[in-house]
Design a protein around this ligand. Structure first.
Ligand SMILES: *[C@@H]1O[C@H](CO)[C@@H](O)[C@H](O)[C@H]1NC(C)=O
Ligand SMILES: *[C@@H]1O[C@H](CO)[C@@H](O)[C@H](O)[C@H]1NC(C)=O
Length: 754
């Protein structure tokens, strides 16, 4: 693979910036412009106003790179003339040699200027798609003038490109950037015109080679006083220089800047030549007054547009369920909850998981009529994910919708997310979603040469909200909004989710990068998070119950009793139905129902005899009909419930007893029913304290039942599902299980000891 020199874009139709400095009257038109020729007593107030300058670039396409370039110019009050706008690019594939067209367009412009204007005018010419101004013209010109004996200054880089054999002909190579790069040129009109008209060049020929040959011609070099900006005093080419260039964001200065630590310069124009494009996308998040510690994301504020309720754009909501997903019910609910009129939404609901099909079907039957249009893709359609995503995109392009909002079932977003993204003003933007407590997110800050994940310097700061903003990144997934007009240009026809051996979002993002379309992720607000499907085991009954570790937010919301936290509040007096027997709400009714169903589906209740193979001793003195948690794979989960939710309650009521984590060898569900084992004879538990969680409801699911503490002649009969009784074990609370006369009673028991 050849080392790419100054080449900028991986685009076929390319363009650049020749930034010539044109009479940039920064002030009003009445401002006097003084040049040597015409300075008759006019007293300019500073260097900048003295100069006659034109800034020129070439750009045949209007794209995000050009927009970024022009914005950076605007930020510093720089007027740029864009040559070649709307013209066919005939300068070759930018990944290879080419770009002669740039010189031809420049030549045409300069010959015009030669006729009309001051020959001593300064011309600044730069590429555009991969260039940003990071300083004012005043600073640029001042720096240019500090080069001695120089009439034309070219930017310089580390690679001799496109013809490395020419390296030997360079006058000196003991500098940081020995070789000419054609992406940035500043010089006087007369000399620059002589350079571009020295010889004819074909549009397809290489511009950098052309300039290099002139530079290597000693006679021409000396006559035209051509120098190279070896130290990046003005032009910073990024290719090969990434370890020399540092972005300073957290300084006493108002705005971030670049520093070349090798040359001790602060470059004024940055150019992402060769394969360094994505680095500029990252730097561009900060530079040109885009973001600062003090201002936050200034660029975000600049881009934000108002959403008018009477002219809301129409959105294709493309939903993808590609893998078995924990808490899918919440996901479907969140689709309903999106704060946007459903009449403005075209729904495409794609499910590729047979396990979820009933639930998805119910959702679709219940809600599809509310949307402008609704379409489904079912597992039985045998459509691949990439195809399904292409269908959504193409439907959107071909129909009336303005935006594609793609969301997969792992995404959990707040209801205002869509509106926020729509009003962000960015064409391609994802809300940042992160797996809670992990650095796993729906974007990559950087990619490696193979196109896979790499960590950017700011990745962790973004993920952990140390900094907030909207960030140009090379990869987004799970949930994102695309303004469909970016797909409507002819070149975008080839954007696709299908690529061999690559997953669809990778293919899509690669495609966008190749088309020079910028992707963003926003952490301006907290938009939501990602669920983690890794341990989701749909061979289980109620697999969501098993998700305590990996999807705790959803798990707590569904299963932890809504009044649980109230018990822990200062001054809260827990219920005590019998002496030293405390009563707390712990789990929801839904938890109890699912817990019972897990046991009943497993079905292997013990036989109630004293022989119990599950115990080390093989002997149970006070046997019940029960199932141990380790039999249904819930031991670890239940112990976590004890540690995280039960222990704090215990520490409140039995003060001075601290064991973290609590040790409990016996954790089991007991079933009482009249025809099996209806009651349990009085006994002491072999525990320090016992918890007894009611799983169903007296007088509804069963009759009779309850727990009687003999020493106090006190019974608890009106137990409530999800509420636990907590009482001392082996010493004081001799107790019995009261007879169930009808139905089935279930309780969950733990003996915590010591
Ligand atoms: C900026 O620097 C200060 C002091 O070094 C540090 O405390 C602060 O966290 C930094 N801010 C960011 C956003 O990195
Ligand atoms: C136990 O309580 C019940 C009802 O509360 C009462 O009828 C009974 O006499 C009590 N027994 C003793 C031994 O106090």
């Amino acid at each position: 693979m050849p080392i790419l020199g100054h080449r900028c874009f991986p685009l076929k139709c390319c363009c650049w910036v020749v930034a010539m400095l044109i009479a940039v009257h920064t002030g009003t038109s009445t401002q006097e412009f003084c040049t040597k020729e015409e300075s008759g007593g006019c007293e300019p107030t500073n260097v900048y106003q003295k100069e006659d300058i034109k800034v020129i670039t070439v750009a045949t396409d209007d794209n995000h790179g050009l927009q970024r370039f022009l914005r950076s110019a605007k930020v510093y009050g720089i007027d740029v003339e864009v040559l070649g706008k709307g013209k066919e690019w005939s300068g070759g594939d930018m990944n290879y040699a080419g770009g002669g067209q740039k010189i031809n367009l420049l030549k045409e412009k300069l010959s015009e200027l030669m006729k009309l204007e001051n020959k001593n005018k300064i011309i600044l010419f730069t590429d555009s798609y991969d260039v940003m101004f990071i300083a004012s013209l005043e600073d640029i010109v001042k720096k240019f003038k500090s080069f001695t004996d120089t009439r034309v200054l070219f930017s310089a880089e580390q690679f001799c490109w496109p013809d490395s054999k020419l390296a030997a002909q360079y006058p000196k190579t003991e500098v940081a950037n020995p070789y000419l790069n054609s992406g940035g040129i500043i010089g006087y009109l007369s000399e620059l015109f002589e350079i571009v008209s020295h010889k004819p060049i074909k549009d397809k020929d290489d511009d950098q080679l052309y300039y290099t040959k002139i530079y290597l011609n000693k006679e021409l070099r000396q006559k035209l006083k051509i120098s190279l900006d070896h130290n990046s005093a003005i032009f910073q080419n990024l290719n090969g220089a990434l370890s020399d260039v540092q972005l300073k964001t957290n300084t006493t200065e108002d705005w971030p800047y670049l520093e070349n630590v090798a040359t001790k310069e602060r470059p004024l124009i940055v150019h992402a030549n060769g394969p360094s494009k994505l680095t500029l996308n990252n730097l561009g998040n900060y530079l040109a007054k885009s973001w600062s510690i003090k201002e936050g994301c200034a660029l975000c504020k600049e881009k934000r547009v108002e959403l008018k309720d009477n002219e809301l754009p129409s959105v294709m909501l493309a939903v993808f369920i590609e893998q078995a997903t924990p808490f899918l019910e919440d996901f479907l609910q969140q689709l309903i909850d999106i704060d946007y009129p459903k009449g403005k939404i075209h729904l495409l609901l794609r499910n590729n998981v047979e396990y979820h099909e009933t639930e998805v079907d119910d959702f679709f039957q219940a809600h599809s009529k509310e949307y402008a249009t609704a379409k489904r893709i079912k597992p039985s359609d045998f459509i691949s994910e990439a195809e399904a995503r292409n269908i959504a995109k193409d439907r959107c392009i071909n129909s009336v919708c303005d935006y594609l909002f793609a969301i997969d079932s792992l995404s959990r977003i707040k209801s205002n997310t869509l509106r926020h993204l729509l009003s962000s003003g960015y064409d391609v933007i994802a809300p940042m979603l992160v797996r809670p407590g992990q650095a796993w997110s729906n974007f990559w800050g950087a990619i490696n040469s193979a196109g896979f994940y790499a960590r950017s310097a700011d990745y962790m700061d973004i993920v952990y909200h140390v900094i907030r903003g909207t960030w140009n990144v090379p990869f987004i997934t799970n949930c994102y909004l695309v303004k469909i007009s970016v797909f409507r240009v002819p070149a975008a026809k080839s954007i696709t989710y299908s690529k061999e051996d690559v997953d669809p979002d990778m293919a899509f993002c690669t495609s966008l990068r190749e088309h020079g379309i910028f992707m963003h992720v926003s952490n301006e607000l907290d938009f939501g998070h990602l669920v983690n499907p890794e341990s989701y085991d749909i061979s289980r009954t109620h697999p969501d119950v098993y998700q305590l570790f990996d999807n705790k937010i959803e798990w707590e919301a569904r299963y932890l009793h809504e009044d649980y936290a109230t018990s822990l509040q200062e001054g809260n007096k827990p219920l005590m139905p019998c002496p030293d027997v405390y009563w707390f709400p712990l789990m929801t009714k839904r938890f109890c129902n699912e817990w019972i169903e897990i046991m009943e589906n497993y079905g292997q209740w013990s036989d109630g005899s004293n022989n119990d193979k599950r115990l080390d001793s093989g002997y149970e003195a006070v046997p019940t009909r029960d199932i141990h948690m380790n039999q249904v794979g819930l031991e670890r989960h239940w112990l976590q419930i004890l540690k995280e939710y039960v222990r704090p309650l215990q520490e409140m009521v039995f003060t001075g007893y601290y064991h973290n984590p609590p040790v409990s060898i016996m954790n089991f569900v007991v079933r009482y029913r009249p025809d099996e084992q209806p009651s349990l004879r009085p006994h002491h538990d072999s525990s320090t304290y016992t918890i007894n969680l009611a799983l169903n409801t007296p007088n509804v699911d069963y009759e009779g039942g309850g727990c009687r503490f003999l020493r106090y002649n006190c019974s608890v009969r009106d137990t409530r599902p999800g509420w636990l009784l907590m009482h001392p074990g082996r010493l004081t609370h001799f107790h019995e299980g009261l007879r169930v006369t009808k139905g089935t009673r279930y309780i969950m028991i733990s003996f915590v000891d010591p």
